[in-house]
Design a protein around this ligand. Structure first.
Ligand SMILES: NC(=O)c1ccc[n+]([C@@H]2O[C@H](COP(=O)([O-])OP(=O)(O)OC[C@H]3O[C@@H](n4cnc5c(N)ncnc54)[C@H](O)[C@@H]3O)[C@@H](O)[C@H]2O)c1
Length: 270
């Protein structure tokens, strides 16, 4: 039985805990670490597996896999001690790995301790295709993210360029640049851009366009990949989580699917 500890039990972490409690054969939830422990009282009461509340230093001595579903700042706090204690790691705050230094450190630790680092596909479809395609040369990867005006309000790029998001009466590209520029300009997009870049051609070569659509009420991500294999596109319209509208429901489902894959003898997809 794979013993799992979850760091951060908000919108995504709660779904992961409930899935580990009931739906994932071969894995069990044994520990939780959460900053706002008062927020998880009702979650813990409903779980039949009765996980223990632990500090990360204790968790890493009691589990095989640490799942980070907290915040970018929690990635080194959870992943470094986990790998040092021979635990595998699953990271939801993938945007933290845009800092190449942290990613290199984690990979070196994983190699040293014979561990695995899992990054679920998150809120997009097509990571499997990007991984396969990138075995051969890729000419371009373009992510086009379309959001309603309220989904872009407050983004540093919007604020510093004085963009009036309510002034558009049709869809309009307001940003076109590299993924590394995009994560600074639109930090809310960081996880999607980081995951696509890491799976493919990196943050400098991956192109990101941000579109404001006054008539849309959902976040849409389109990916176009052109390479020696040919060309593919994916398009996804995400339903936001009621508990946290910044997070897409699919991101939580991808975390549960990754746990099922880790615990299963059958591995489907690249
Ligand atoms: N990979 C993806 O595509 C994707 C998609 C959506 C969200 N995310 C990321 O996943 C993470 C979780 O998202 P969410 O929607 O569940 O967020 P959330 O705000 O609903 O929940 C986060 C929880 O973690 C807790 N927390 C924060 N820092 C902590 C720390 N250092 N130690 C312990 N607990 C801590 C908070 O108290 C909160 O309960 C975020 O970083 C988010 O950006 C990734």
């Amino acid at each position: 039985m794979l013993k799992v500890g979850v760091v951060g039990c908000g919108a995504i972490g709660s779904i992961i805990c409930r899935a580990l409690d009931k739906d994932i054969e071969g894995a069990e939830l044994v520990a939780i670490h959460e900053h706002h422990i008062e927020n998880v009282d009702s979650l813990c009461a409903e779980l039949s597996c009765k996980p223990k509340i632990m500090k990360i230093s204790e968790m890493v001595r009691n589990v095989d896999l640490v799942v980070e579903s907290a915040a970018a700042i929690a990635v080194p706090q959870a992943a470094i001690p986990a790998l040092e204690n021979d635990c595998d790691v699953m990271i939801m705050s993938v945007g933290a790995l845009v800092d190449g230094q942290l990613l290199d450190n984690l990979i070196n630790l994983a190699l040293e301790h014979n561990c695995r680092i899992y990054l679920p596909s998150g809120a997009v479809a097509g990571i499997d295709g990007i991984k396969s395609a990138s075995v051969a040369p890729i000419q371009s990867v373009t992510l086009t993210t379309t959001k309603p005006p309220r989904g872009l309000a407050g983004a540093p790029y919007v604020v510093s360029n004085n963009i009036d998001l309510d002034a558009f009466d049709r869809p309009k590209v307001i940003f076109d640049g590299s993924a590394i520029e995009a994560v600074k300009a639109f930090p809310a997009n960081v996880n999607v851009a980081a995951c696509i870049s890491l799976a493919g051609i990196g943050v400098d070569k991956t192109r990101v366009k941000i579109v404001v659509d006054p008539d849309s009420d959902r976040n849409r991500h389109e990916i176009e990949v052109i390479g020696d294999f040919g060309r593919f596109t994916t398009e996804i319209e995400n339903i936001p989580f009621p508990e946290n509208p910044r997070t897409s429901y699919l991101a939580a489902l991808s975390a549960v699917a990754t746990l099922k894959k880790i615990a299963s003898p059958l591995q489907i997809g690249t």
